[in-house]
Design a protein around this ligand. Structure first.
Ligand SMILES: [Ca+2]
Length: 522
């Protein structure tokens, strides 16, 4: 009865907003935004940031994500900083910020940025990048302000709903109102940019709220959460179920040994021996080739370790052999440490089962049964947390474009997941031609999770999206670069899947000009 009353109240409120006069379209000063009234939301502050007095934001790094250390972000562009929160339920507190360029530098568009893992942290670095390009931009903390273990969800089902889809939706609606109040006009186009959880958030928007974004960049999307976490937990469980003294445990030092052997077997198959396996699914490296002939040494694998590596490559499967989540690819081995070399299992996968699936802080990962526990997770949470529906017809019909990308050496989300999703969209949309005109997937050789790795990992996905959505030029390729000590040493085209960058046979292999997108035959 309580729920019904609340629902009726909501309808009454909604109806009253619907008939209320539209807010004045005149531009407001930054300071005056503090008194702007938005349904369910509160603006905490609105402050004009005027360089040369830089805004310095301390970024605590991403716990659980190696390679992203704490840093201080210096914002040197003048803008209006709006800090706000939305509370669509009594247990909700969705913090978000909207950064508004001054009128002269605004490009008329809006770009929202996503999150990583289950972390309650606004993507400040991405906000600053969007602002620099003239975008009004916004990011949220997904509804909680805490680190990367999922304990915040325990006893807070509404916060889990916020994390799953509501925080981004609320932030999007509210931010557009704030943009309009500040500038006098709504953004003419709205884009989403995110990787990992941010990629999932983009795909969630495309399906659930297809009219909120005109273009979406979905990097390494964590869109199949229940199976992704099962896959992560499976990898940790395989290696660590008997602890670091177990027979199948692989110490970090041996990861480089496995990697070197995988490269020796497969690197040159793509035509360029460059330390990167461009198409790892065509690599059939068997770790048995480096099995110890006699006693265990640092440069070989024991028989149980060979079995562990085989299971990591194979990925999680149901008891009947059906794949739950793809395995990690040859070429990614040096990045596996946090997932399998412990001493603790990967925190994100374990936290998911502990706090969200079993709601038991004492749950022990050694009891993990991948078949049984994946089914439990699917039944309990699949409909809420996953973004795997391939029907994106409504988004496409509005002219929406999606650029997906995924590193082939991703150690956090196996790259085969993006291919699986892409192929499911091809199936639902009626073929590759009807998919490639609004969604393209770019596999990134040698790139780790969203960034890093041996391959070129820096590319302008937003520029490609702008060209596609605003100038009807679909990305036939995207040039990526790799830098050492801040200096570009390699460029390479990224190609729309299933194409790959193929070496023309002559010229510098560090120069993208000597590669062309095509269907690999190697
Ligand atoms: Ca290669």
């Amino acid at each position: 009865m309580g729920h019904r009353f609340v629902l009726i109240l909501c309808f009454v409120l909604l109806a009253s907003f619907a008939i209320a006069p539209a807010p004045a379209a005149a531009q407001q000063s930054c300071d005056s935004l503090a008194s702007l009234k938005i349904p369910n939301a509160t603006i905490t502050s609105a402050t004009a940031i005027d360089p040369p007095q830089d805004l310095v934001i301390h970024i605590p790094g991403l716990p659980g994500y190696p390679g992203i250390p704490a840093s201080d972000l210096h914002v040197t562009v003048p803008f209006c900083r709006v800090i706000a929160f939305s509370a669509p339920t009594s247990d909700s507190h969705i913090s978000f910020e909207v950064w508004l360029p001054l009128a002269a530098s605004w490009n008329g568009k809006f770009e929202a940025v996503g999150n990583g893992g289950f972390i309650g942290q606004i993507g400040y670095v991405d906000l600053a990048a969007a602002l620099k390009r003239g975008y009004a931009t916004a990011g949220s903390d997904t509804g909680h302000a805490s680190g990367n273990d999922e304990s915040w969800a325990l006893g807070h089902p509404e916060k889990l709903v916020d994390w799953s889809y509501r925080a981004v939706h609320e932030m999007t609606v509210d931010s557009k109102l704030i943009v309009k109040a500040f500038s006098g006009s709504a953004p003419k186009l709205s884009y989403w940019k995110g990787c990992s959880t941010g990629g999932k958030q983009g795909l969630t928007e495309a399906h659930r709220y297809p009219d909120e974004y005109d273009g979406i960049i979905a990097g390494a999307p964590a869109n199949y959460i229940t199976h992704l976490q099962a896959g992560s937990e499976y990898a940790s469980w395989v290696a660590l179920k008997d602890g670091s003294s177990g027979a199948g445990y692989i110490p970090r030092e041996k990861l480089a040994v496995i990697h070197t052997a995988a490269l020796a077997a497969c690197d040159a198959k793509d035509g360029v021996a460059d330390g990167v396996i461009d198409e790892p699914r065509r690599c059939h490296f068997d770790p048995k080739t480096i099995e110890c002939k006699g006693a265990d040494t640092p440069t070989c694998l024991t028989a149980p370790q060979v079995e562990t590596v085989r299971q990591i490559y194979a990925g999680a499967k149901f008891a009947d052999g059906k794949q739950i989540f793809p395995g990690f690819e040859p070429g990614s081995e040096t990045l596996w440490g946090g997932m399998i070399s412990g001493p603790e299992p990967f925190s994100i996968g374990t936290g998911f089962f502990k706090y969200m699936v079993f709601e038991d802080p004492n749950w022990d990962f050694r009891t993990f049964n991948v078949d049984r526990d994946t089914r439990i997770a699917d039944k309990k949470l699949g409909a809420l947390v996953n973004a795997i529906d391939p029907d994106l017809k409504e988004f496409k019909a509005r002219g929406g474009k999606i650029i997906m990308y995924h590193g082939w050496a991703d150690w956090g989300i196996a790259p085969g997941n993006s291919i699986n999703y892409y192929e499911s969209v091809v199936g639902a949309m009626g073929g590759e031609a009807r998919t490639g005109d609004f969604l393209r997937l770019f596999m990134v050789p040698g790139m780790g999770h969203c960034r890093g790795g041996a391959g070129p990992d820096t590319f302008d996905s937003l520029g490609a999206l702008e060209q596609w959505r605003e100038h009807a030029t679909p990305p036939a390729q995207i040039i990526a670069s790799h830098s050492t000590s801040g200096k570009v040493d390699t460029t390479r085209p990224l190609c729309p899947y299933p194409q790959a960058a193929i070496y023309k046979g002559t010229g510098d292999t560090h120069d993208a000009a000597n590669f062309a997108c095509g269907n690999p035959t190697w």
